[in-house]
Design a protein around this ligand. Structure first.
Ligand SMILES: [Zn+2]
Length: 79
């Protein structure tokens, strides 16, 4: 979703892969950038993140790979 192209307003949300409330760290290695819709559905379905394949797995079997994942490549930073 490109808000800038449509609304002339750059817009995105961030999501903590490991929730802060579960002890996840507020560091870039634990954060992904999403559009608001994906952010809500990740929470609503409690989709699970696959670190190996850098994708979210939804309860209905759908898998969605991250587009912006370069910052997650080096697993040595994982919490
Ligand atoms: Zn979130």
């Amino acid at each position: 979703m490109n808000f800038r192209a449509k609304y002339d307003e750059p817009f995105a949300e961030t999501h903590h892969i490991n929730p802060l409330s579960d002890g996840g760290l507020d560091i870039s290695k634990n954060i992904i950038v999403t559009c608001p819709n994906h952010h809500r559905i990740i929470h609503k379905t409690d989709a699970q993140f696959d670190y190996e394949r850098l994708l979210y797995k939804y309860p209905n079997g759908l898998e969605e790979r991250l587009i912006l994942a370069d910052h997650l490549e080096h697993k040595s930073f994982w919490v």
